[in-house]
Design a protein around this ligand. Sequence first.
Ligand SMILES: O=c1[nH]c(=O)c2ncn([C@@H]3O[C@H](COP(=O)(O)OP(=O)(O)OP(=O)(O)O)[C@@H](O)[C@H]3O)c2[nH]1
Ligand SMILES: [Mg+2]
Length: 201
Amino acid sequence: MKEVIIATKNPGKAKEFEAIFAERGIQVLTLLDFPDAPDVEETGTTFAENAILKAETISQKLKKAVIGDDSGLIIDALDGRPGIFSARYAGEQKNDDANIDKVLSELKGVPEDKRTARFFCALAMAVPGKETITVEGTCEGRILEERRGTNGFGYDPVFYVQGLGCSMAELSKDEKNAISHRANALKALERVLNSAEAAER
Ligand SMILES: O=c1[nH]c(=O)c2ncn([C@@H]3O[C@H](COP(=O)(O)OP(=O)(O)OP(=O)(O)O)[C@@H](O)[C@H]3O)c2[nH]1
Ligand SMILES: [Mg+2]
């Protein structure tokens, strides 16, 4: 069976990648499978820079092709926050529940039409001896006033998906994987890889 390595320690991301790649008969390994992999410091100033740091650091260490995912939530009324700090918005301990509470309290009193937001995902694919590829995907919505649903991870319970009439956490894994920022970024990566392959023929 073919396999792909994703440079993430986030179990929520790992599950989504597993489901998406399983449809293609590809097995996913993450840093949860490589306990000795180094911690990657997210020192970039953009999602893409951080995705490249994750992919290239782990690819150099394992000498294999590796995909890095840096993602987060961009809220217009908060000038784009939490952005690249989404995982650690309420502190370095990375607590999803505390992160949601912080966002809800910062948005207190902000009317529905001003609560627009989007999820953003940058993926970088590093292959030894080749130039790193980066792609992006987004998913539009707005921030609810309270949690709805229990699926997914992160801010999913308070992210109302534009056009779907429910929160991201009310979608099944397959439904989320059909429309998410991560799925959209992976589709973009697939397009780039297919056209690179076609050019080599
Ligand atoms: O509700 C959500 N649904 C999503 O689909 C989603 N994707 C990203 N996020 C948020 O953004 C952080 C990523 O930060 P991040 O890219 O640095 O990842 P991380 O630190 O969790 O793991 P790693 O991949 O770096 O090991 C996450 O923790 C979440 O708070 C999401 N929230
Ligand atoms: Mg991180």
